[in-house]
Every structure is written in C-alpha cells, then in structure tokens.
Design a binder for this molecule. Structure first.
Ligand code: SAM
Length: 300
C-alpha cells in the first residue's frame, strides 16, 4: 500500500481510544487505504477480528493478507445487516474517519476537486446513480438552495443558486470547469474557501452523507457491547454537530430525552470532553488533518 494514497489522521490516538479488549471484534467503517485498520490490527491479539467497510471499489486494492481482517464493500449505513450476515450481532468498537480519502480527492476523474478538469461525478460508490452533474441539471431551485446553504454554508447561496439556474438554461454544466466558470461571477470572499464549500455541498448530496452518518451512529450504538467504544473523526461542522449530539443525547438533533422519573437519558459516557484535534506538526505534514475533530464515547 502506497503512503501517498492516504495518510491516516490522528491514527494512534484513534486506536488508543477505540480498543477496550485486545481479543475483541472491531469495525473500521471507512477503510479507505487501511491506515487506521493496519494500526488497529497491529495492536490487537491473534484472536481479534476486524471488519472494514468501504463503498468505493478502489479500497479493495488496499487489503493486506491479515486473516483477522474482512473487507465489506458496502455503504456503512448497512452495517447492522452486513455484520448480521457475517454472524456478528455485537462488537467491541466502531471507528469512522468520515469524508473522502486523499486518493479519491486527488484522482482527477472522480470530480471531487475543483483543481482538476473532470466530469462532475463525485460518487464515492461508482455504482450508484446520482452524480453531481445530475444534481446540477435536475434539482429544483429550492433543493439547490438547501444544498448550498445547509451543506455548504455558502453565504450567498440564493445568488449562487440563481446563477446556476441561469447558466444551466443556456448550456448543461458537465465538468468541474463548467461549474467553475458558472460560479466565478458570484464568488464571495476567499475564492478557495468558497469553491471548497460549493464542492463539499454537492459531494454531501451526491453521497447522501448525513443520512448515512445518522444510520451508522444509530445502528452502531445498537451493535456496541456495553462499555464498547465509538470513535469518529469528522471534517466539517455539520458532521461534528451530529456526532456530538449523538454522544450526548443519543440522537443527532440534540433533543433531550428523559425517562419516567425525569432523568435525562445519557446513552454514552463521553470520553473526549472536548474534541481532539491534530497538533501543529501533524497539521503541517498532513494539511488534510487541519479540519479534523476526533470524538469518542463508550456505550453505557
Ligand atoms: C477519509 S477516508 C478513510 C481513510 C482511512 N481511515 C485510512 O486510514 O486510509 C474515508 C473512506 O470512507 C469511505 N466512505 C465514506 N463514506 C462511506 C459510507 N457511507 N459507506 C462506506 N464507505 C464510506 C470513502 O470511500 C473513503 O474511502
């Protein structure tokens, strides 16, 4: 496996927080290049088992020969069903390192980066149907507005949406360059930040990332043994808020749920009172780590 494929963020800290039983069963929900999985396998005993999920076919090339590891080429939103098919109903720990890998981002033809010239694809799972091109060509004004304002937190989302509608009426937006040309006149503030927000918003929609995360958190909680850990690395505030709320209240909206006696339900013991962030050295050597936040909880 090539180092440049993807450098795992907060690798050692993630694994330390995850392991409670050296002989246990663990899930890496976002296998990618397998950097976290390899560190996990190195720390565990011969009796342990690790399941890795990844919806991108490219990830299969990164599986080594460790018999304790099994790759599940599925969206992690099916974690419960897939593990059940493998005879597993309880696990000791689940980790997720969300978003796209450097490999996906840097592979120009995948269309994740505004720096390349490629079709507007942005699918992590190359077999799924919805692409960014389809989103831009077919979504209604209200839907696009929602994507740019909520997923991208783009400050002039309304103006951007109108601009896209005007442009697509003249000519279909098919490539990353078409999109760049279309939005160029309405970009506000730091150009690179703006583009990153627009591309992130489309990527989240294409891959239905927030609903998949909700499913992972809910099913993951059911799968965990009492005392078992969930450790999640997020890269933007929407994901981080969902994880924070889930660890605190057991739901992604942060709704306070009380029992019959009025005691607030606390499904997790929160291990990381504040999120862990990479130190300056890691941020410098791995710029992708700059926005990372690591949270860990233990099922009560
Ligand atoms: C940030 S990378 C993980 C890198 C990995 N920790 C490593 O050390 O190489 C995220 C990976 O998760 C995968 N992924 C993201 N969302 C997913 C989902 N809902 N289901 C399955 N895989 C997903 C992506 O395809 C990508 O390969």
């Amino acid at each position: 496996m090539i180092d440049t494929y993807h450098v795992p963020v907060l690798r050692d800290r993630t694994i330390e927080l995850l392991i409670t039983d050296l002989n246990g069963i663990y899930v890496d929900a976002t296998f990618g290049a397998g950097g976290h999985t390899r560190a996990l396998l190195q720390s565990l005993s011969k009796e342990a088992k690790v399941f890795g999920f990844d919806q991108d076919d490219d990830a299969a090339a990164n599986v080594g020969g460790d018999s304790r590891f099994q790759l599940c080429q599925y969206n992690f939103r099916f974690i419960k069903k897939v593990l059940r098919l493998n005879g597993v109903s309880q696990v000791d720990g689940i980790m997720a390192d969300l978003g796209v890998s450097s490999h996906q981002f840097d592979k120009e033809e995948r269309g994740f980066s505004y720096r390349g010239e490629a079709m507007l694809d942005m699918r992590m799972n190359q077999k799924s149907e919805l692409t960014a091109k389809t989103v831009l060509a077919t979504y209604r004004e209200s839907e696009l507005l929602n994507i740019f304002s909520v997923y991208g937190e783009v400050r002039n989302a309304r103006q951007l949406t109108r601009q896209i509608l005007d442009c697509r009426a003249k000519r279909p937006l098919e490539t990353t360059q078409d999109l760049l040309n279309a939005i160029n006149p309405v970009m506000k503030g730091d150009k690179f930040k703006y583009l990153a927000q627009v591309f992130q918003a489309l990527r989240i929609e294409v891959n239905d990332e927030l609903n998949a995360l909700k499913d992972l958190l809910e099913q993951g909680f059911e799968l965990l043994k009492p005392g078992g850990r969930m450790v999640v690395l997020t890269y933007h505030s929407l994901e981080d808020r969902m994880v924070k709320n889930f660890f605190k209240y057991g739901n992604i909206d942060g709704e306070i749920v009380s029992d019959f006696y009025g005691n607030i339900k606390r499904p997790f013991e929160i291990i990381t009172k504040k999120p862990i962030v990479p130190d300056m050295k890691e941020q410098k050597t791995n710029p992708r780590s700059q926005s990372a936040k690591l949270r860990a909880g233990a099922k009560v």
